[in-house]
Design a protein around this ligand. Structure first.
Ligand code: ADP
Ligand code: ASP
Ligand code: MG
Length: 567
């Protein structure tokens, strides 16, 4: 059995939905297949907004109508493609789900709040309808479908919004042997059931984890995660255009990368696969012939010592320190018991070797509660000034460098930290995983993207890039551009690239964060529509997180010289 999971973008419209369906069909013809589906893109966000806004008695119609429209668009398209597709039946199911949601929203509005249990039953509907539509697609083509009901068959423990699946009991309930070999298996992602049989969620982005759990329960040959990129890259390819695709990763590397923010798989995806050594393959629905990335237990770190760089945003850092901490037995255990007692997950910990302080990061949404429980736990020590007032720094990100091969390698930390220093990014804290598989730096969140770009450049490119912002294109400026053009090849041999990202005269300017094409720069500048404006230039540099900007003034204007300090 092969398990194939499709994410929201792979199901967003009729074309993609039917592409996903065909990939499940093809897999089923080769080896029995089980499809695990997310909600179509944007649906879960709409559903989340519905209950949150209803609780605040704010209007919800736009979210409601846009969500229904996404489903109608998909079923209309699927019916247009194959008139055997049960349009009326699926439309009735969609309408029934949304009618129920409407009723629940009314209750939430009356109560002025939403209970987690109710929120869970609203947020999960996108997945439920994805399955209804996929079932109709297969039935229209004459297949018979076996539905795994995650609420009845995946037993989970934890809260309504973020639970973990118990594989042993779920395996019994899914009962692979009872599934007829000719049936296409389908299961909604994102949901499971607790001991009381109530619906619970597996956390945002949790359908990857659902697929891994089903793969474990079925003893599948592979768990395929179909998404909108060709596989796992050295960093988010949407942030860094020259990110490299990783053909293979070890389970540990994948866990570490996703834990520290690589959204391409949910951090808990690997856990259920590991004991049975089930490989996890990341594939692109839009480019199915690309080989993708394979994550399994047999990967040797071939060549690349560092596999990836990630950023995890929206964090707060706590610093518990004070003279009373030195040698005080059990401090760390009290700090972290307080956190776990409050259900707060601690993401990174550092302790100074003098034991004078413990610092740790938690999601910023838990910061208030964390502060309250810490102050309660240490009320005596704080009163007696054995501890300093607890310090909280918000708006932080963790930048992590991950790779199994880092253990043997020397100097990676040095290159990482000097890349951050060169990009003028201050490091708030540093931690190294005890496995030496990751090194993390905590930095201000508004510098996170620059930090990832600068680190990627330092660890994966030996090329030095200068991003030039040129003001003044008279005799000197014009000649400078010509020299940059002429020396391009020579500089490339020396691993240097000068990218001219802005050319401005007193009237107009040209901007391109990836470097302007200089072939016809004079005509381009004459035709430019953007008026010269220094504020626009500075915000452009910030907006695109340009890592190494160099401002070059080739004017003789006093007014430009007056801008140097700001530049
Ligand atoms: P899905 O809807 O299929 O679950 P997600 O949006 O959750 O898709 O995950 C895919 C996205 O993960 C990609 O579009 C990419 O922007 C992002 N991503 C972050 N880090 C990485 C990485 N290291 N490699 C690949 N993709 C990454
Ligand atoms: N639809 C859910 C979400 O958006 C689960 C998932 O897509 O994995 O979080
Ligand atoms: Mg996802």
């Amino acid at each position: 059995m092969r398990v194939l999971k499709f994410g929201g973008t792979s199901l967003a419209n009729p074309e993609r939905f039917s592409q996903a369906a065909k990939l499940i069909e093809q897999a089923h013809l080769e080896e029995q297949a089980a499809g695990v589906l997310s909600a179509p893109a944007k649906i879960t966000n709409h559903l989340v907004a519905l209950s949150e806004k209803a609780a605040l008695n704010q209007p919800t119609d736009t979210h409601f109508n846009e969500a229904i429209e996404i489903f109608y668009n998909i079923i209309n398209g699927l019916h247009a493609e194959n008139n055997q597709f049960d349009l009326n039946g699926t439309k009735a199911l969609i309408d029934a789900e949304f009618a129920q949601i409407k009723g629940l929203l009314e209750e939430i509005r009356q109560a002025g709040k939403v209970e987690d249990a109710v929120k869970a039953t609203i947020d999960c509907r996108g997945e439920k309808l994805s399955i209804a539509m996929m079932k109709a697609w297969f039935e229209a083509r004459g297949y018979s479908v076996h539905i795994v009901d995650p609420v009845k068959q995946l037993l989970a423990k934890g809260g309504y919004l973020e639970s973990s699946v118990e594989i042993e009991e779920s395996t019994k309930r899914v009962d692979a042997a009872s599934i007829a070999k000719d049936k296409v298996v389908l299961m909604a992602g994102f949901t499971a059931g607790n001991e009381k049989g109530e619906l619970v969620l597996l956390g945002r982005n949790g359908s990857d984890y659902s697929a891994a759990c089903l793969a474990a329960c079925l003893g599948a040959s592979v768990c395929e995660i179909w998404t909108d990129v060709d596989g796992v890259y050295t960093c988010d390819p949407r942030l860094v255009p020259d990110a490299r695709l990783l053909p293979t990763l070890s389970y540990r590397e994948a866990m570490e990368l996703s834990y520290f923010g690589a959204k391409v798989i949910h951090p808990r995806t690997i856990g259920p696969l590991l004991p049975q050594n089930i490989p996890c393959v990341i594939k692109n629905t839009g480019n199915p012939s690309a080989p993708g990335s394979i994550i399994d237990g047999n990967v040797k770190s071939e060549g690349l010592q560092v596999k990836g760089i990630t950023n995890l945003d929206n964090l707060a850092m706590f610093n518990v320190s004070g003279p009373g901490m030195q040698g005080m037995v059990g401090m760390a255990s009290r700090v972290f018991s307080a956190m776990s007692g409050a259900g707060i997950s601690v993401i990174l910990i550092t302790q100074s070797s003098s034991e004078y302080s413990i610092s740790f990061c938690v999601p910023v949404k838990s910061a208030e509660v964390a502060k309250t429980v810490l102050e309660a736990e240490f009320a005596n020590e704080l009163n007696e000034h054995q501890l300093e007032p607890i310090e909280v720094i918000k708006d932080l990100s963790i930048i992590s460098v991950v790779g199994d091969g880092m253990k043997q390698a020397k100097g990676i930390a040095a290159r990482f930290f000097s890349a951050l220093a060169q990009a003028n990014i201050s490091i708030v804290a540093i931690a190294q995983g005890s496995s030496e598989r990751s090194i993390s730096a905590v930095v201000p969140q508004n510098k996170a993207i620059e930090a990832v770009k600068a680190t990627h450049q330092a660890l994966f490119n030996n090329k030095k890039i200068v991003d030039m912002f040129l003001v003044g294109v008279g005799g000197v400026g014009g000649e400078l551009i010509e020299q940059v053009k002429r020396q391009k090849e020579y500089l490339a041999k020396k691993n240097v690239e000068i990218r001219v990202c802005a050319i401005a005269n007193s009237n107009r300017m040209l901007l391109d964060e990836n470097g302007l094409c200089l072939d016809d720069w004079k005509t381009d500048l004459e035709n430019a529509t953007q008026p010269s404006d220094f504020d626009v230039l500075l915000s452009f540099i910030k907006l695109h997180h340009v890592v190494n900007p160099v401002f070059v003034d080739c004017t003789s204007a006093e007014s430009v010289a007056g801008l140097y300090a700001r530049a």
